[in-house]
Design a protein around this ligand. Structure first.
Ligand SMILES: Nc1ncnc2c1ncn2[C@@H]1O[C@H](COP(=O)(O)OP(=O)(O)OP(=O)(O)O)[C@@H](O)[C@H]1O
Length: 299
C-alpha cells in the first residue's frame, strides 16, 4: 500500500504539489489524470523516490521512500525520456539491470523476447522510438517489480504493441499483485486499464474515486418539457454543464441514474434520455467545474 500524508513540493515560487493526501492499494492500477502543469510528474517522481518532498511523508509498504535502496530495487519508474547507456545492446542493458535488481528473472526476460521481437544484440540507440519503448518495458517487466510508475508510457507504441503491453501489465497485477500508477493524457487508454482514478489540478487532487463509482456518478441527460423548464426540475439536479439545442436541453449531472430518472419523470418531460459518460467526458466536465476553461474543447 502507498500512503501519502500532507506532502508539499515547491520549485522556486511554484507550488507543484500542495498538501496532498493519497492512498493507493496494493495490486491496483491507479490512473493519475490532470491538466498540463497540474503536478502529476512531480508527484510520480516523489512516489518513485526521485524527488524529495519539502514536507510530509510517503510510505510504501510502511517504509519511507526517499533514498530507500531496498524499495527502489522493487520499483520501476518509466518516464517519457528513457535512459540507456550509450552504444549499449539490449543484452548489455539486461546485464546491468540484472546486477541492480535482485529479483531479475532471466527466464522471463528470454520468454518476453517472443512478445518483443527484437534481437538482444541490437544497439538500442539505433532503434526507433517505439522499439526503444518496447525495450524499456521488456527490461522493466523482467525485474519483477512490485510497483511500476508509468508517465505517458505508451507514447510511440503501435496499437498492437500497446495491447500486448497492457495485457502483460494486467497479467502481473492479477498474478503477483503488481501495483501500477499511470499518468496519461490518453483517457481512453486509462479507461480500459485503471480501477482507480485521481484527477489533479494546480497541485491538488480534486477527485479520487473507484472508476466504476466515478462513471456511475455522472450522467448525460437529454430532456425537453412542454414550455419552459420547470423550476422544480432545476432545483433537484446537480448540473455540471448544460447546453440548449432548440427545445431539447442537454445536461451533465452528478448523481445516481435511478434518482436522476425519478426526478426527471416527476417533472413530466415530453422527451427524456439518460446516458453514461466516457472518462474523457467526465474529465472535461469535472475540470470545467473547477474553473478550467473547456469552451473550445466541446464541439
Ligand atoms: N524541475 C523543475 N523546476 C522548476 N519547476 C518545475 C520543475 N518540474 C516541474 N516544475 C513546475 O511544477 C509544475 C508541475 O509540473 P509537472 O511536470 O509535475 O506537471 P504535469 O502535471 O506532469 O504536467 P504535464 O501534463 O504538462 O506533463 C509546473 O508549473 C512546472 O513548471
Amino acid at each position: 500500500m502507498i500512503q501519502i500524508h500532507n506532502i508539499r513540493k515547491e520549485f522556486d515560487d511554484i507550488e507543484a504539489v500542495k498538501n496532498m493526501n493519497l492512498t493507493i492499494e496494493k495490486g491496483s492500477i491507479y490512473g493519475l489524470l490532470g491538466s498540463n502543469g497540474a503536478g502529476k510528474t512531480t508527484l510520480l517522481k516523489i512516489i518513485g523516490g526521485i524527488y524529495k518532498q519539502d514536507s510530509g511523508d510517503v510510505f510504501i509498504s510502511n517504509e519511507p521512500v526517499f533514498e530507500n535502496v531496498q524499495l527502489k530495487s522493487r520499483t520501476i519508474v518509466l518516464t517519457d525520456s528513457l535512459y540507456f547507456f550509450p552504444q549499449s545492446t539490449v543484452r548489455q542493458m539486461a546485464n546491468f539491470y540484472q546486477s541492480v535488481y535482485p529479483l531479475w528473472n532471466e527466464e522471463r526476460f528470454l520468454q518476453l523476447n517472443k512478445v518483443f521481437p527484437i534481437s538482444v544484440n541490437k544497439k538500442i540507440h539505433r532503434m526507433s522510438k517505439g522499439m526503444q519503448r518496447q525495450v524499456a518495458f521488456w527490461l522493466s517487466l523482467s525485474t519483477m517489480p512490485e510497483l511500476m510508475i508509468l508517465d505517458e508510457p505508451f507514447d510511440g507504441l503501435d496499437a498492437v504493441m500497446r495491447q500486448k503491453v497492457k495485457n502483460l501489465l494486467i497479467q502481473d497485477v492479477a498474478e503477483r499483485e503488481l501495483t501500477i500508477i499511470i499518468s496519461s493524457h490518453n483517457l481512453r487508454e486509462v479507461e480500459d486499464l485503471c480501477d482507480h482514478i485521481g484527477v489533479m489540478h494546480q497541485g491538488e487532487i480534486i477527485i479520487q474515486k473507484d472508476l466504476d463509482d466515478l462513471k456511475s456518478d455522472v450522467h448525460k441527460i437529454q430532456v425537453a418539457f412542454k414550455g419552459e423548464v420547470p423550476a422544480t426540475f432545476l432545483e433537484g439536479v446537480d448540473v455540471l454543464y448544460k447546453e440548449e439545442r432548440g427545445s431539447v436541453r442537454m445536461y451533465i449531472v452528478r448523481g445516481q441514474e435511478r434518482e436522476i430518472s425519478a426526478h426527471v419523470y416527476g417533472n413530466k418531460p415530453v422527451l427524456f434520455d439518460i446516458l453514461p459518460l466516457t472518462l474523457e467526458e467526465i474529465f472535461i466536465y469535472e475540470m470545467r467545474d473547477v474553473g478550467y476553461a473547456i469552451e473550445n474543447v466541446i464541439v
